[in-house]
Write a protein that binds this ligand. Structure first.
Ligand code: PXL
Length: 278
C-alpha cells in the first residue's frame, strides 16, 4: 500500500486543504498521514472573522517523533501554508523525509483570479517559490505562478505564454510543473504540464463550466498526487484529476448559490474509485 503525508491547514468548515485531501487520497486506496499546519474555523475565501491557530511549532516536533520510527512516505504533498515559518519548517521536513524513490509534490495554494488570498502579502510568493524549487512536481494556477515568477498576471493569454510560464517554473528548480485552470477559449479549460527532464508538454482540456467553487484546486491536486502515487502516467493522472474536478463542479451546480464555499465532491468519490479501477 502506498503512503502519502499531506501538510496543509485544517479549515474546520469550508471543504478545502486537509478535509478534501484526506478523503480523496483514502478513497484512492492510499494511506494518508497528515500534518495540520494551522486550524482555521473556516477557509479565508468569503468568510469574515475566521479564527487562525498557528501550529507551526508542532511541525518540527512531529518530524522528530516520526524520525524515531523511521517512517517512510511515497509522497510528501504540501498545500496551503499560512506563514513564512511554516514554509521553512516544511522545507526542513522535506529534506529529512525525502529519498531517491519518493516525490515532493507542492501545491503553492495562495491565490486565484490575479489576487493573493486574504492574509498574504507580496513577500509570501517568493518564499513559496523556494519550496517549489525543491519539488519534483508543482501545481500552481496562473495567479500563483505569476506571483512566484514576478511577472504580470494575464487574464487573456495564448499557448506560448503558458509554455513560457511552465518553463520558468521549472527553471526555478521544479522537475515537473503543471498549470491548472488554463483556458485558451471560453468553451474549454484544463491543465498543461511541462516535464523539464524530457522537455515535453502534455495537456488535457475538457468543457469549461463558468461557475467557480472554492477548493477545486485542492481537489485537482489531491487526485493528481494520488494518481501519480498509484503509478498512473502523467497523461493519465492529468486526465483523471481534471475530469474528477469537473465532475465535482457539475454535481454542485444545481445548488451553486448555497455551495460557493466548496463542491459536493463526496458524491463523486465512488466515480473516482471506478475511474482508477478501469
Ligand atoms: O483552497 C485553498 C485554501 C486552503 N486553506 C485555506 C484557504 C484556502 C483558500 O482560500 O483559505 C485556509
Amino acid at each position: 500500500m502506498k503512503r502519502i503525508v499531506t501538510i496543509q491547514d485544517v479549515s474546520c468548515f469550508g471543504k478545502c486543504s486537509i478535509t478534501v485531501a484526506l478523503p480523496i487520497i483514502s478513497a484512492m486506496g492510499i494511506e494518508c498521514a497528515i500534518i495540520p499546519t494551522s486550524v482555521l474555523s473556516t477557509h479565508t475565501g468569503g468568510f469574515e472573522g475566521f479564527t487562525f491557530r498557528d501550529l507551526s511549532d508542532d511541525i518540527p516536533k512531529i518530524q522528530e517523533h516520526w524520525k524515531k520510527y523511521a517512517l517512510k512516505f511515497d509522497m510528501i504533498y504540501t498545500g496551503y501554508l499560512g506563514s513564512h515559518s511554516q514554509i521553512d519548517y516544511v522545507m526542513d521536513f522535506a529534506r529529512e523525509f525525502r529519498n531517491d524513490k519518493n516525490l515532493l509534490f507542492v501545491d503553492p495554494a495562495m491565490g486565484d483570479k490575479g489576487r493573493l488570498y486574504t492574509g498574504f502579502d507580496a513577500s509570501f510568493p517568493p518564499h513559496m517559490a523556494r519550496l517549489c524549487a525543491m519539488a519534483d512536481i508543482v501545481v500552481p494556477n496562473l495567479t500563483e505562478a505569476s506571483f512566484m515568477l514576478g511577472i504580470e498576471y494575464k487574464e487573456q493569454y495564448d499557448e506560448s505564454h503558458i509554455k513560457d510560464v511552465l518553463k520558468r517554473l521549472c527553471a526555478l528548480g521544479a522537475k515537473i510543473a503543471v498549470l491548472t485552470g488554463v483556458s485558451y477559449e471560453k468553451s474549454t479549460q484544463g491543465a498543461v504540464l511541462y516535464d523539464s527532464e524530457k522537455d515535453e508538454f502534455y495537456s488535457y482540456f475538457t468543457e469549461n463550466i463558468p461557475t467557480s467553487f472554492h477548493g477545486t484546486g485542492d481537489t485537482f491536486a489531491s487526485v493528481f498526487a494520488g494518481a501519480l502515487c498509484q503509478g498512473l502516467s502523467k497523461e493519465e493522472a492529468l486526465k483523471v484529476a481534471v475530469d474528477f474536478t469537473v465532475e465535482c463542479i457539475k454535481a454542485t451546480l444545481p445548488d451553486a448559490e448555497n455551495h460557493a464555499y466548496g463542491t459536493k465532491f463526496e458524491l463523486c468519490l465512488p466515480s473516482l474509485i471506478n475511474k482508477l479501477n478501469k
